[in-house]
Ligand binder design. Structure first.
Ligand SMILES: [Zn+2]
Ligand SMILES: [Zn+2]
Ligand SMILES: [Zn+2]
Ligand SMILES: [Zn+2]
Ligand SMILES: [Zn+2]
Ligand SMILES: [Zn+2]
Length: 288
């Protein structure tokens, strides 16, 4: 009787002799043939050695045994390399794990991603306990299409650039922001820490008000090649406000009654006590 080789994928047969069949169940002839290899498989089998193969889990030092039978089957399937498999410890741990649904790492995104069991195992083997921060599939697909962009420093006078990374772009997109951000280059951000707010006196004579020369303004002055020790002349808040509210006025000359235009600036100087309110038109002043 011809019986199929026990090795899966092998089409060869082996012969179960009548004598052996009789011996199998005392001559009744009802016994089923045993699982046995064909002679060619058997020869190969005898020439193989069990192999210790490294566990497929990254970070695991464990191994598993690639038995001769498994090697034989693999060869019949045309594989020379051992399959990727977990060691017993990993396989047990893996069986106890459950796929987890975790939130997208972008705060503004409501979607989730699935943490597969194999990835959990590798994460643990790498010594981490907390789940990784990862984008959901939608965000990730958007992310991979983005490119890092080099943008000009926002400080006027600075020629340097900074890199708007894909991660930063993605973060902005997830918050619904589309425009390009204004930012300082790294150099400027570092340099900025060298400056402090400086309180400076208002540029108007007679004004006690102060204005603040901010680190940003000082940085910009430096970038434009100006000395940080020579602050610009500026008005205080109060003076700015006064000019905002004031209106150019027309007043009558005390002598001839002609209209005198009293500018906002002139009004400010009068308020500060540096000038006096005009009473005569220019003609009357000349003729006085
Ligand atoms: Zn065979
Ligand atoms: Zn393992
Ligand atoms: Zn997302
Ligand atoms: Zn810069
Ligand atoms: Zn002032
Ligand atoms: Zn006049």
């Amino acid at each position: 009787m011809d019986v199929e080789c026990r090795v899966r994928e092998c089409k060869e047969k082996w012969v179960w002799s009548a004598q052996a069949q009789m011996a199998a169940d005392g001559g009744k002839g009802t016994a089923r043939p045993p699982a046995r290899m064909c002679s060619s498989c058997y020869d190969k089998y005898n020439n193989l050695n069990e192999q210790q193969i490294n566990c497929r889990t990254r970070g695991c030092d464990g191994t598993w045994i690639w038995t001769r039978g498994m090697q034989l089957e693999a060869e019949k399937q045309g594989h020379r390399e051992p399959p990727k498999r977990m060691c017993d410890d990993c396989a047990n741990e893996y069986a106890d794990l459950e796929e987890k649904e975790l939130p997208c790492k972008l705060d503004a995104c409501e979607k989730t991603w699935f943490w597969r069991r194999g990835a959990q195992l590798e994460h643990k083997k790498a010594g981490y306990n907390e789940p990784p921060k990862r984008m959901c599939d939608d965000c990730y697909n958007q992310f991979v299409q983005l490119k890092d962009q080099t943008l000009k420093c926002k400080v006027r006078g600075c020629e340097e650039a900074w890199v708007w990374t894909r991660g930063m772009q993605m973060e902005a997109l997830s918050r619904g922001r589309t425009g390009r951000p204004y930012r300082m280059c790294d150099d400027c951000a570092k340099k900025l820490t060298e400056f402090k707010d400086k309180q400076l006196l208002c540029k108007h004579e007679g004004c006690e008000g102060k204005w603040i020369w901010t680190p940003e303004m000082q940085l910009e002055a430096t970038r434009r090649g100006q000395s940080p020790d020579k602050p610009p002349r500026r008005m205080c808040e109060e003076c700015v406000e006064f000019l905002d509210k004031a209106q150019t006025a027309q007043i009558a000359c005390e002598s001839c009654g002609a209209a005198i235009t009293w500018t906002k600036e002139a009004q400010l100087h009068v308020k500060l006590g540096a000038w006096v309110k005009p009473t005569l038109c220019s003609d009357c002043r000349k003729n006085k």
